[in-house]
Design a protein around this ligand. Structure first.
Ligand code: BES
Ligand code: MN
Ligand code: MN
Length: 483
């Protein structure tokens, strides 16, 4: 990694600058700064629209960047990310961004977006591209402590989100379960929180048989990451418990997937990565909350030792599971993680994130994650966080009848519904079977949102979905805004 971009706030136009970025709302009436009055050169400010004007007298290159309609809910930061990505070759070391006429909240979006624009998927190329842009000065009307702190928050957030994207985009031969464990240990050391790893021997002793069964076909043994961040010394309990699906590669197991697009299954640990990132970010921002994260990690591979369709396995909860389809592995490792976190930590609120079903992608596509919860307040909190961060969710029903489709003749439950419909819901119902009565819980199916079309790659790549959403949810939980 090259050095990260340095951000700085300033209230005065610097004496020298060769490159200026001026974001503009669509159909904004004001005269554009930096260029002669009334010159708009056909620029209307639609989202991501860019024009360049060169001012020969001053020797300044001015970029105007359209932000779209002011009232519209868009992920504003992505406009800045897109700008940096598209103009990567043209941008020189220093950039001045003129935000004097904008609300101060734009400073956050601008910093986040520009910083994310540095992200690159080409780290395994032998000829790596380095970032030329090194310093961004943001021109604001009032350089208050609050604006300063929002800018710093954006820098921390972008840094963690980029780390998460790097993990999700990493090939499965690199990001083994061990690799994810090391990442967490390193992050914990750096940002001041606790991480403990349960290796497969411990998992056996503790009885996490559903997690173990998924990892049986791989030489890269399964493990469990336990991460604890305590930001609230006044409370002994955990306000928030997080669980993330960490399948480092999903071949489908013996119920093997077809090869088209199987390579995308390296992203099947995006739920784990989002949770690991969320804990890191809560620690970096010193949010006053106690959080415990349980991350089950396994590679779902094909081997003589692999679990077979029809096998009956046990689980941490003691409940038995008939494995009908070894490709429905996410729910197995999550079942153990959900039981484990509830028995050992009793979190006030429990949220899991998982790239769980293709069915969720079929239902909601790539921009909105599936939300499943019986808790109205929690569902509202997560939905509102989705709108606030642009990481959108949509709630789907958890009616009892869907659960009946997983009754097994020979075990307590089967891991596949008898009906080939509503796959995202039946998967959620399976998880619910391992959630105790009275536990406030929500499941997010991020199969569509975690990995998709981005400014960073021609084919699909990581989006970092979930980190900012979870930060917002955590803050709402402690301020009780939504109660
Ligand atoms: N990891 C997949 C789900 C997935 C699909 C994520 C597409 C991202 C994009 C999951 O483990 C899986 O294989 N699900 C099956 C479930 C089925 C066997 C009940 C699916 O969705 O087809
Ligand atoms: Mn699968
Ligand atoms: Mn999977």
């Amino acid at each position: 990694m090259t050095n990260p971009i340095q951000f700085e706030l300033t209230e005065e136009k610097p004496g020298s600058c060769q490159q200026v970025l001026v974001p503009v709302w669509q159909d904004e009436e004001r005269d554009l700064p930096w260029i002669p009055k009334n010159t708009k050169a056909g620029f209307t400010g639609t989202p991501k629209e860019t024009i360049q004007v060169f001012l020969p007298d001053e020797g300044i290159k001015v970029f105007f960047l359209g932000l779209g309609d002011q009232g519209e809910q868009v992920s504003l930061h992505s406009v800045f990310t897109d700008f940096v990505k598209k103009n990567r070759q043209q941008l020189s070391e220093d950039l001045l961004v003129d935000l004097r006429h904008m609300e101060s909240s734009i400073v956050y979006q601008c910093t986040l977006g520009i910083s994310l624009g540095e992200y690159t998927v080409g780290i395994h190329k032998t000829k790596t591209q380095t970032n030329i842009l090194q310093k961004v000065r943001i021109l604001v009307a009032g350089n208050t402590a609050e604006v300063q702190s929002k800018m710093q928050e954006a820098e921390h957030t972008a840094s963690t989100v980029k780390e998460v994207c790097t993990l999700v985009d990493a090939p499965a031969n690199v990001k083994t379960p061990q690799y994810l464990a090391h990442w967490s240990q390193h992050s914990a050391q750096r940002y001041g929180y606790q991480v403990e790893i349960l290796d497969h021997v411990r998992l056996e002793e503790e009885g996490l048989f559903a997690l173990l069964s998924v990892g049986r076909g791989s030489e890269n043994h399964p493990l469990l990451i336990k991460a604890i961040y305590r930001g609230d010394a006044d409370s002994k309990s955990y306000q928030l418990g997080l669980v993330g699906k960490g399948v480092t590669f999903d071949t489908g197991g013996i119920s093997i997937k077809k090869s088209t697009n199987m390579h995308y299954m390296k992203s099947d640990m995006a739920g784990a990565a989002a949770v690991m990132g969320a804990v890191e970010l809560l620690a970096r921002l010193q949010v006053p909350i106690n959080v415990v994260a349980i991350i089950p990690v396994a590679e779902n591979s094909v081997d003589a030792n692999s679990v077979r369709p029809g096998d009956v396995i046990s689980s941490y909860s003691g409940k038995t599971i008939e494995v009908i389809d070894t490709d429905a592995e996410g729910r197995l490792i999550l079942a153990d993680a959900l039981s484990y976190i509830q028995s050992n930590f009793q979190p006030g609120t429990l949220i899991d994130l998982a790239t769980l079903t293709g069915s969720c992608v079929a239902a909601l596509g790539y921009e909105v994650a599936g939300l499943f919860s019986q808790d109205q307040v929690l569902a509202d909190t997560i939905s509102a966080a989705g709108v606030a961060t642009g990481e959108l969710v949509w709630r789907l029903p958890l009616r009892k009848s869907y659960g009946d489709w997983m009754n097994s003749d020979i075990a307590d439950i089967r891991n596949l519904s008898i009906k080939p419909v509503a796959g995202a819901i039946t998967a959620a119902k399976f998880l619910e079977y391992f959630v105790e009565e009275g536990q406030s819980w929500a499941h997010l199916d991020i199969a569509g949102t975690a990995f998709g079309d981005t400014a960073f790659a021609q084919s699909k790549s990581a989006t970092g979905y979930g980190v900012r959403l979870l930060l917002d949810v955590a803050r709402t939980l402690i301020t009780g805004k939504n109660k």
